[in-house]
Structures are given as C-alpha cells and as structure tokens.
Design a protein around this ligand. Structure first.
Ligand SMILES: C[S@@+](CC[C@H](N)C(=O)[O-])C[C@H]1O[C@@H](n2cnc3c(N)ncnc32)[C@H](O)[C@@H]1O
Length: 209
C-alpha cells in the first residue's frame, strides 16, 4: 500500500532526488520517510509557511524538498557534523537552492540564536532525539505567533514499543517518551500527535484570548 501511494505522490520526482534517497539508504543516513515528508509538505502549503528553521540537516534531503515547494520559502538549517555539512552544501548547490537554504554548520545546542532570523513559521526538529526537549526549549522563542513546531521520529523507528532493549536503546527510548510527555503536558503549547511515518508531532502555541 505504501509503495502504491509513493508512486502516486508526485510532488517532487527527479533523478537527482532519487539519487539523494539512494545515497542516504546505501550509507545508512537517516532521512525523513516519504509519508512524513508528504505530511510536512502539506503543513507547509496549507499554512502558507515561508520561513523555516530546521534542526538536523544530514545531507539536505528534507530542506531541499521543503524549499522546492515554492520560491518564497527560505530555510535556515543547522547541522553539527562537518561531513554531513559538506554533503548537504554540495546537494543544495546541485539543486541551485543556495540562495534560499542557509546551511549553518554548528551544534544547535551551542549556536548563538542571534545569528538566526527574528522568527520562523515552522521549526522542524529532526536531530539527536535524546535532545528534543533542549531543542524545543531553546528554539521555541523563535516561533512566530501562529507558527508550528514539528518533531519527527516520535516512535523512534518502532523501538519505543519494544521490550528487551539494550541499555543504550532503553535510555534513548526513555528520553523520547519523556519528550512526548513533555509535549503532551506543556501548558504553553497544544500538541497534536500524528501516527504518520515514524510518528510526528505538531505543536502550536496556546492563547487564552
Ligand atoms: C535524522 S538526521 C536529519 C535528517 C534530515 N532532516 C532529513 O530528513 O533529510 C539528524 C541529523 O542531525 C544532526 N544532529 C544531531 N545533533 C545535532 C545538534 N546538536 N546540532 C545540529 N545537528 C545535529 C546529525 O548529525 C544528523 O545529520
């Protein structure tokens, strides 16, 4: 069924994009899956989102797909690994998007937020999953009034529901659960948990008026 829908979803089909997907697959680089990407692109289109902050670039796959949606979209994307930064830069240039995708090679937890724009319509959190709470707390102040924060991999590749995990995975799984609960109990944000792809959340600010 998934394969069937994949073939119908024709928002971006190009040889270069197929190559990016293959590169990620062959080299074990985690990129957003197609279901989640469809959902994310739908959110961007229906909310007229133009200013995006992405935490976790990898090879630039999600940033490139978002930027290709329309020419008014501008993205700041943060990646801490030098090797990924180099690959992402190459790919962004390949798609001729270097005017609209600003790659910031730094650790998002250390970055001086003053180098960023005043505010963003979308903050996409897709980096080290154990740090989700820290990313959220650090960057939520950069969210515009009607903006949304989207987080990917809340099922942690299904590991969240598995028993008999190694100590490391148990620790990581616990941190992801803590993040999910942090979102669920957050008085300043209302979060929708969407069971699409590997589990995504969409958080919007709560207003009393
Ligand atoms: C899941 S991948 C990103 C995938 C990408 N968003 C996509 O869908 O094409 C996560 C990336 O976040 C990066 N990362 C992890 N912790 C980070 C941090 N503290 N600051 C910046 N990047 C980080 C990793 O190096 C990795 O390349």
């Amino acid at each position: 069924m998934n394969e069937y829908f994949k073939s119908l979803n024709k928002y971006v089909i190009s040889e270069e994009m197929n190559l990016l997907e293959q590169y990620a697959k062959i080299n074990g680089i985690p990129i957003i899956n197609k279901e989640s990407l469809s959902f994310l692109l739908l959110l961007i289109e229906t909310n007229n989102i133009t200013k995006i902050l992405e935490i976790g670039t990898a090879i630039g796959y999600s940033a490139i797909n978002m930027a290709l949606l329309n020419p008014n979209i501008y993205i700041d994307t943060i990646e801490k690994k030098e090797e990924m930064c180099n690959l992402a830069y190459k790919n962004i240039c390949l798609f001729e998007l270097n005017e609209r995708i600003n790659l910031i090679c730094d650790d998002a937890l250390n970055l001086d937020i003053n180098v960023l724009k005043e505010e963003y319509d979308l903050i996409f959190i897709d980096a080290a999953k154990a740090q989700n709470i820290n990313f959220f707390n650090k960057y939520e102040m950069k969210l515009s009034k009607k903006g949304i924060i989207v987080t990917d991999n809340l099922f942690f590749h299904g590991i969240l529901f598995k028993k008999d995990l190694s100590k490391n995975l148990r620790g990581l799984s616990k941190k992801i659960k803590l993040y999910n609960e942090f979102l669920s109990n957050n008085n300043n944000f209302k979060t929708y948990f969407i069971p699409v792809g590997d589990g995504m959340s969409v958080s919007i600010r709560r207003y009393n008026d």
